[in-house]
Design a binder for this molecule. Sequence first.
Ligand SMILES: Cc1cc2nc3c(=O)[nH]c(=O)nc-3n(C[C@H](O)[C@H](O)[C@H](O)COP(=O)(O)OP(=O)(O)OC[C@H]3O[C@@H](n4cnc5c(N)ncnc54)[C@H](O)[C@@H]3O)c2cc1C
Length: 481
Amino acid sequence: MSTTPVKNALPNKDRMKIARQHMIEQDPSARARNFLEVNQGFTPELATCESTRCIACPKPTCMLGCPVSIKVRDFIDLVFAGDYLGAAAKIREDNVLPAVTGRVCPQEDQCEGGCVLGKKGSPLAIGHLERFVADYEQSTGQVGLPPIAPATGKRVAIVGSGPAGLSCAGDLIQRGHEVHVFEALHELGGVLIYGIPEFRLPKTIVRQEIDNMRKMGVKFETNVVIGKTVTIDELFEKEGFTAVFVATGAGLPQFLGVPGEHLNGVYSANEFLTRTNLMRAYRFPEFDEPIYDCKDKDVCVVGGGNTAMDAVRTSLRLGARNAYLVYRRSDKEMPARAEEVKHAREEGIQFMTLTNPVEFIGDENGWVKAARCQKMELGEPDASGRRRPVPVAGSEFVLPVNVAVIAVGTSANPLVQSTTPGLATNKKGYIQADAETLRTSKKGVFAGGDIVTGAATVILAMGAGRKAAAAIQDYLTSGQW
Ligand SMILES: Cc1cc2nc3c(=O)[nH]c(=O)nc-3n(C[C@H](O)[C@H](O)[C@H](O)COP(=O)(O)OP(=O)(O)OC[C@H]3O[C@@H](n4cnc5c(N)ncnc54)[C@H](O)[C@@H]3O)c2cc1C
């Protein structure tokens, strides 16, 4: 490890001539049929070369794009100097899950979206470098865990172990509080474990990051459904917690509301991915979980976000003959990460954009056998700012499918809200929380992540977790509500 800073002596105009380095990837034809990680990471040589491209802007706009304010320039300087452990420790000052965010953040909209290099060419591969140093750190076993303040004796409960809950727990434990994370499922990690597939985010990575938090002193309890096993009021009154952070996500699947959606073979993406990832259906019979019979079948996934992309690529890996992505807008409006769309195309996913299912048709045994679809065109922008899809008259056609997966969004699970008197929600059922302090209408209760914003991103949920931790710290020290 280097202790003296090594400066990049290359003039900026020469740095800008270096091409963005590409991460090594599994070959598309091989990876389309296995669950191993697609991206293989940077080598130290690739990382050094990529870090050389940074032009060290005096006002780094990359940092402004990061919801948890990672000190991007500082960590890139450390990569350039070959101090990978120092670089990882620098990221950990603001982000407890660097190996995760390096893999799944929509960097093109965040840090890399703000990179000046992107104005005339390709932005710095900040996400790839973040992943590289986080993986390097894990491989050495020398994780630079931050120092923990002396015990305050205050107890904080966190409901949900997704990125919002984990990030809040990571900050509060450093302040010396006793932090308990309660998780309804038998595995920790939220969407990182049950939603995002192994080929994009290996579960060992998530487990390692959670183990680091355990080492910092965070206490985790699985199979505890808050609102059923114990209520929020009981956490205060019987368990002696002073503050509670609700980070329960938005895991309730939405459907299209079209005829035939009840047929056998039509699933929510949530169920499809949870069975495959969390219950390891893809390793049947080693894991005794019924597998979806996608082998040599025609599968359509409806939607255009990360969830849709994960489901359709999963179906291919489960052996689908044809894997269709049916999306009612065009490529341009697709909300999925750019890299996932590129990978999906390379793997042979058949994109049917400007297309919408209007009915699922069943066979005599009640199994789906086709989707009646309609072509769409783009009209005026709607409330989301994206152009509204409008049906094209007389354009209906029938697409034979044996499996259909609906990935058109999720909403709030109502359990905590309905069992916590005095907790205000909006008309969609999400918890209302102050934008700055994340305080809810109920004393001592804070909320953040998808349960407040609706389905968003890992890093935004982590940003909310950090904000909540700062506000909880204020509350615990001042006692003022
Ligand atoms: C398939 C899929 C792919 C995605 N891909 C990406 C991506 O590539 N990049 C990206 O940035 N974002 C992605 N997202 C979005 C991102 O994962 C979410 O925005 C993020 O996980 C939200 O974090 P959270 O902590 O608010 O909630 P979650 O991750 O949903 O975690 C909430 C946790 O709370 C638990 N819980 C719920 N109710 C209770 C209760 N009553 N008691 C105890 N525990 C409870 C849940 O079991 C869950 O573990 C994806 C989402 C999905 C579904």
